[in-house]
Design a protein. Structure first.
Length: 406
């Protein structure tokens, strides 16, 4: 048994559709000793009679945090779905608390329950929480024969997911619709994404997805096909993009400034490297800025902030408000003034990559490489093309690329 006198004032208690049936002895003890219990309406309906005061957690979620913190002098239990730190509320709440103020008593997560019902090894599944995210966030994970476990908001979201899969040519994928796992109302139904889905899918709901179909998978290496991006010709082409991403060398959780973002192809590939990566993209053309946002949505990436306007003007107006980057890419708007401003502003260790096409910008990079060091490359590519009734090499404009660490 737990010594409750020494326990923190707040217990994050894992809760499922089975109510108290699946609770451990420690969880039962915490619930019985509580003076106040918070929980969502669907959690509270499963509570047995308690001596504690019971309050429903408000929507939106953030409104409940100050109400919780105001109860520090009481013994409080908050009911959290499954494992509080596996796509749960635990991480959000922990940011507002000292470590000594809380403890977590997890229950099996929906992912664990789903894998157990379907017979899938959990370590081989991709687990996604899309109950509060756009459904397009699933796009990078759609690959033949992959198993995905997806948390969804409600039955309408299941229909939306099926429509998206059909649109992306993954309509042959098999959906296992899992409702109220672990409770008396548990139900599991399976069908293809392109089949007629039932209209009575109830919350809480998750989907086990066996990916199949003719849709293209997004490769794990840099250099997506140009056709995957909407663009007006203002795009860093596939081969050069792959070399540019290699030069930028993104690592997990890093931030990029993409100056002259165009279609957003460099920014999006940076984001695809890791879900915690971030990009601030500068684009002065409003139509191209909107196109970059659409490409990000269509390819399922988060954390793209597109700033409309001249990069130099934006940086001057920001006055240090923008978080510093780990890397900078200049694909448009290259000038001596911009390089000088960046060199003065960027902290040591930031990686900078600039691509030039014109003779003037090539000369500018050559001069900066002489002054500041780094590596200067000339990239020349040619592709086979018809030449009369034969074939010949059609050369692209050469790219001069400067790579340097501040």
């Amino acid at each position: 048994m737990t010594d409750l006198d020494d326990a923190p004032w707040l217990t994050l208690l894992g809760w499922g559709e089975g109510g108290t049936e699946g609770l451990t002895a420690a969880s039962r003890e915490a619930l019985e000793a509580a003076e106040l219990v918070f929980g969502a309406r669907r959690h509270l309906r499963l509570l047995p009679p308690l001596a504690a005061e019971v309050r429903e957690w408000p929507v939106p979620f953030a409104e409940g945090i100050p109400r919780l913190l105001a109860e520090r002098d009481r013994r409080v239990v908050m009911l959290v779905s499954g494992d509080p730190f596996w796509f749960g509320a635990g991480a959000t709440l922990a940011r507002h608390l000292l470590t000594a103020e809380w403890r977590a008593l997890p229950a099996p997560s929906t992912f664990s329950l789903a894998a157990g019902r379907l017979g899938w090894p959990l370590e081989a599944c991709t687990c996604l929480g899309l109950h509060a995210q756009p459904l397009t966030r699933i796009r990078p994970y759609l690959q033949q024969n992959r198993h995905l476990l997806v948390l969804l908001r409600d039955g309408n979201a299941v229909h939306g997911l099926a429509d998206l899969l059909v649109h992306l040519r993954f309509g042959a994928s098999r959906l296992h619709v899992l409702e109220a796992l672990g409770g008396d109302d548990e139900r599991i139904r399976s069908m293809r994404a392109d089949a007629a889905l039932p209209d009575d899918i109830a919350h809480p709901v998750a989907v086990g997805l066996e990916v199949a179909g003719e849709g293209p998978a997004l490769p794990l290496t840099p250099g997506l096909a140009d056709a995957l991006f909407e663009h007006d010709g203002q795009i860093t082409k596939q081969a050069v993009r792959a070399m540019t991403l290699a030069a930028l060398a993104p690592a997990a959780g890093e931030r990029l400034w993409d100056i002259g973002a165009g279609s957003g192809s460099i920014a999006i590939e940076w984001l695809l490297v890791h879900p915690e990566n971030k990009v601030v993209a500068f684009e002065r053309d409003a139509e191209r800025a909107a196109r970059a946002r659409r490409n990000a949505d269509n390819l399922g990436v988060d954390w793209l902030e597109v700033v409309e306007g001249d990069a130099l003007d934006v940086l001057n107006q920001a006055q240090g408000d923008l978080p510093p980057p780990d890397a900078v890419f200049i694909g448009g708007g290259l000038s001596d003034t911009l390089l000088e401003a960046l060199w003065q502003r960027l902290p040591p260790g930031v990686r900078l990559v600039a691509n030039a096409v014109t003779l003037e910008s090539e000369a500018l990079l050559s001069e900066w490489q002489r002054r500041a060091g780094g590596e200067l490359l000339r990239i020349e590519l040619a592709s086979a093309a018809p030449l009369g009734n034969r074939r010949g090499w059609k050369a692209s404009y050469p790219i001069v690329q400067w790579r340097v660490t501040r």
